[in-house]
Design a protein around this ligand. Structure first.
Ligand code: SF4
Length: 76
């Protein structure tokens, strides 16, 4: 995140929805897809502890948001 966020179409605080910053859902999508490989890494494990605290329904929404953005990556 940077000062560019201040004038960006997307909202850096949102993980889902039309104006959700793509990097938020991409971040969690990456961790979710690579959980088996990364969750035991001591430097990365904290992200998985955070991920584990997120409600299943919210996780699904975040991953669906990432999927939607990835399918339309050329129009972001
Ligand atoms: S896409 Fe996200 S990280 Fe990039 S400038 Fe916009 S709000 Fe910030």
């Amino acid at each position: 995140m940077s000062h560019y966020c201040q004038t960006c179409y997307y909202n850096k605080k949102l993980k889902t929805g039309e104006k959700a910053c793509p990097f938020n859902s991409f971040y969690w999508n990456f961790y979710s897809q690579n959980q088996e490989k990364l969750e035991k890494n001591p430097r990365i494990g904290m992200a998985y502890r955070t991920w584990a605290k997120i409600k299943t329904e919210t996780k699904t929404e975040i991953l669906e948001q990432a999927e939607k953005y990835l399918k339309n990556i050329d129009s972001l």
